[in-house]
Design a protein around this ligand. Structure first.
Ligand code: AMP
Ligand code: MG
Length: 414
């Protein structure tokens, strides 16, 4: 088996001590093999799951040519003369006869196009004269008709393996009369927070302690991804306790830890990791979130995130989210970045990617963005006040007000 170290060494420009964000992302994705096991679920229960089969329509949708409007089904070549209304077709109640020269049929939206007709005239423009209708000029052949297979064509694959199932896909699958689909199995992700200074909710704070908030943000971020969560609580900075926690966590598909990867703390963790699996320790050229560990313990992928609360969230969104989506078998495109105009000067040094917390707002018909103010990696309030990240690229220097910057929306991402 290829080691992680071998896999990542093939990435051009890989430098564990000053790792470009894009290289770190590439390194992680290169090391991850998506899950392959699948299960069958009812369509309604498949929301948010990842398709594990190809959907090839066995029927056309719609199955018949039908009217897109309420009106009259006519023969386009007859339109000059008054047309005799010879019957009605409703959705689900077709007209059984054939429409001949000088005839028409009253149709409702969704009604099968009566035999012999090719065009629908909307009811609002038609003049009724006795049992006949008179159609004004200006109609187009084939107007207001929906054709069989216009939505889904029999035999033409419509959803691929790896597709995320959103509400639209559930409806689409149902429109084919399919009641059950194969989806990838759900990921199991274990998490724990490390730190001697961490107090749990329900206890009173002793001198120098902080309440553990990371486990709550990580739990929330994982919940949004729809994975099964195994919460292993707070683990003290003690080699034996940490080792036991890692062993327990390694039955999951992935392990997320917070804290303990900064330079001062990482040494004993490194030694222990070497016993348990293969873990790479990185210094990433980013802010916040410089130190991070990535590796494998047994079959479980480890993401050792920094301890600072904002760094936890930023590294999760920058690396872990995409990694877990890839692991879950999803094949969709990365979350898009948008462009906005910076409403202020922003200080930035070239040589690292910054994820400033921003507020995107619309003013004078233009999308603009400002920072939330204080950007310390311990100021979790900056995440709460933000609706986006302002992603300042690696090479970029100071930003002047009025310049365009990249933003990544939190809604949908988070
Ligand atoms: P570390 O990376 O373990 O050195 O932690 C960096 C900073 O993050 C320290 O100030 C920690 O107190 C803080 N921190 C670590 N873990 C947590 C946590 N679970 N909840 C809140 N703050 C934390
Ligand atoms: Mg710590």
């Amino acid at each position: 088996m290829t080691s992680l170290a071998q896999t990542v060494s093939c990435i051009d420009g890989y430098d564990p001590d000053a790792l470009h964000v894009d290289k770190a992302r590439a390194a992680i994705l290169a090391c991850i093999t998506p899950v392959s096991q699948a299960e069958s679920v009812a369509v309604r229960d498949a929301l948010g799951r990842v398709l594990a089969q190809e959907i090839v329509p066995a029927i056309n949708v719609p199955s018949h040519d039908n009217s897109a409007m309420d009106g009259y089904a006519v023969r386009f070549s007859d339109l000059e003369k008054p047309l005799k209304e010879i019957g009605t077709a409703l959705a689900g109640k077709p007209f059984s006869g054939k429409v001949g020269d000088g005839e028409c049929v009253r149709v409702m939206t969704g009604a099968v196009m009566p035999a012999g007709t090719d065009t629908v005239v909307i009811q609002e423009v038609v003049k009724k004269e006795g049992g006949c209708i008179v159609v004004p000029p200006g109609q187009k052949r084939a107007q207001n008709v929906r054709y069989a297979g216009e939505d889904l064509q029999q035999g033409k694959p419509v959803l691929g393996n790896g597709k995320l199932l959103r509400p639209a896909e559930l409806g689409l699958i149902a429109s084919l009369g399919i009641g059950e689909v194969k989806v990838k199995r759900r990921l199991r992700v274990a998490l724990f927070a490390t730190g001697d200074e961490l107090a749990s909710i329900g206890t009173s704070l002793k001198d120098g302690e902080v309440y553990d908030s990371n486990r709550y943000t990580v739990h929330g971020m994982l919940s949004r991804l729809g994975v099964e969560i195994v919460d292993l609580g707070v683990v003290r900075d003690n080699p034996a306790k940490l080792e036991a926690a890692f062993r327990k966590a390694s039955s999951a598909d992935a392990i997320i830890t917070t804290g303990g990867v900064s330079v001062g703390e990482a040494d004993f963790i490194k030694q222990m990791m070497a016993k348990l699996g293969e873990v790479l320790f990185w210094k990433i050229a980013m802010r916040p979130g410089r130190p991070m560990a990535f590796g494998k313990i047994g079959n479980s992928y480890l993401f050792g995130l920094p301890g600072n609360p904002v760094a936890v969230m930023v590294t999760f969104y920058a690396f872990v989210r995409d990694a877990l989506l890839h692991l879950s078998g999803r094949t969709d495109e990365a979350f898009p970045a948008l462009q906005a105009v910076s409403a202020q000067n922003i200080r930035k040094v070239p040589g690292r990617t910054e994820y400033q917390r921003g507020v995107l707002f619309r003013e004078r018909n233009q999308w603009q963005v400002r920072t939330t103010g204080q950007q310390g990696s311990g100021v979790l309030r900056s995440m709460s006040e933000a609706n986006c990240f302002i992603v300042l690229e690696h090479e970029r220097g100071n930003v002047q007000a009025g310049e365009t910057v990249q933003v990544q929306l939190m809604e949908g991402l988070a």
